[in-house]
Design a protein around this ligand. Structure first.
Ligand SMILES: Cc1ncc(COP(=O)(O)O)c(C=O)c1O
Length: 405
């Protein structure tokens, strides 16, 4: 059977595959601990539920404008004013099926085949494949100093005549680090000077710890006109614990949004109106849920990091935000896929191999679950890796016996 070159070049999403694996193991009755997840466990805000339920009750769920219902656009405009101090028009906004679709459609709007997109490594798993879906070429930028904090030189040295765009995600999935203001300022300035598109993936922008405040990319943009090539991505998935609702958005110049809307109109006709209503409820409703989630995550982070630090062989980089940490396990095993599989096979703890984010030897551990999962998950990992641990481990009434060296 013949499938396209592009389809052949695309890998399955490793994080979605992991969710499926967790579900299958759970169904079998295995005592799985999912430290690979990418969604908060709290419930969606009540305002979102009420808004969607009352729409559903009308029984009239119809087609909607491809770029989003006016009420959602208004809510996004208000959000942009409140959190970015930026006034935008409805024509500057497109709602989408999650931040993922907003990024994908933005890439389809700006890229020609063979053009290049640069993003710092470690990077979100989907960026390379999204770029490839456009027939374009992903160019990961590994910080030269080996840290998780890129400098503008790391971007600069990869720019060539085919470079079309830069994607920045801060705080970052998987490392959890927030890039410095200096770097954001430099990258905005650099993209403006080189006339490159800058896609700012802000999906975690308010999930920050230790009193850190979100960085507003517009503060550094000199071009405030409709020629600006800045595309800001956001959504309700992470901050409002609404991953399954699939609502995200893009804010950009009117021409880009008009083209994005054309593309999205042919792809999906835009996101479901029912779920857009839910997002309106969340964005216009009581906002304490975001801060409550942030506080819970900060506490979870503290517990996870303290436990991880007790491993002799793990290098820990405490995250500034998100709900992930990216820890260096290479002292135990350099092949992160092998290590991740070992942890599933031996103690049913799911983690994401670092190689999926562009760095071998690391594992991404999530702290978006409960404290019990975090502490027990780490205890099980330690049992597998630490050769000084006892020969046996009990998970409930299951006895596990070490059968590896
Ligand atoms: C960095 C980053 N961008 C975008 C997304 C996609 O978000 P959504 O679920 O709204 O599509 C994710 C989800 O994991 C992410 O981590």
């Amino acid at each position: 059977m013949s499938i396209s070159q592009i389809a052949r070049s695309i890998k399955p999403s490793p994080t979605l595959a992991l969710n499926e694996k967790a579900a299958i193991l759970r169904e079998k009755g295995d005592p799985v601990i999912h430290l690979g997840g990418g969604e908060p466990k709290s419930k969606a805000p009540m305002d979102a539920i009420i808004a969607a339920a009352s729409n559903l009750n009308t029984g009239e769920i119809r087609y909607a404008p491809a770029d989003g219902i006016p009420a959602l656009k208004q809510a996004i405009i208000r959000y942009t004013e409140e959190h970015y101090k930026r006034k935008v028009a409805p024509e500057n906004v497109m709602a989408s099926g999650g931040a993922k679709q907003a990024i994908m459609v933005a890439l389809q709007t700006i890229l020609n085949p063979q053009e290049e997109v640069i993003f710092p490594a470690p990077y979100w798993v989907s960026y390379p494949d999204m770029v490839k879906l456009c027939g374009a070429i992903p160019v990961p930028a590994h910080p030269e100093d080996g840290s998780f904090y890129p400098r503008i030189q790391d971007i600069e040295m990869r720019v060539g005549s085919y470079t079309k765009a830069v994607i920045i995600n801060s705080p970052n999935n998987p490392s959890g680090v927030m890039y410095s203001e200096e770097f954001i300022a430099d990258v905005v300035d650099f993209c403006e000077k080189k006339e490159l598109y800058l896609i700012m993936d802000d999906i975690y922008h308010r999930l920050l710890f230790d009193g850190k405040k979100p960085i507003n990319v517009y503060d550094y943009a000199k071009d405030k006109t409709e020629n600006s090539k800045l595309i800001v991505i956001n959504g309700v998935s992470k901050m409002y614990a609404m991953t399954g609702f699939r609502i995200g958005w893009a804010v950009a110049n009117k021409k880009i949004i008009a083209s994005m809307t054309n593309i999205q109109g042919h792809q999906t006709s835009g996101p479901s109106v029912l779920l857009q209503k839910a997002a309106v409820g969340a964005l216009n409703g009581i906002q304490s849920c975001v801060e409550n989630l942030r506080v819970t995550l900060e506490n979870n982070r503290n517990v996870l990091i303290a436990r991880l630090k007790s491993f002799e062989g793990v290098k820990v980089y405490p995250p500034d935000g998100t709900f992930y940490t990216f820890a260096d396990f290479s002292a135990y095993e350099r092949d992160s896929t092998k290590l991740s599989n070992l942890l599933i096979d031996k103690v049913q703890v799911l983690t994401v191999p670092g190689i999926e984010f562009g760095l071998e030897g690391f594992l991404r551990l999530s702290f978006c679950g409960g404290i019990k999962d975090i502490t027990e998950g780490i205890e099980r990992i330690k049992w597998v890796l630490d050769l000084n641990s006892p020969n046996e481990l009990y998970i409930g009434d299951r006895k596990l016996v070490r059968d590896w060296a």
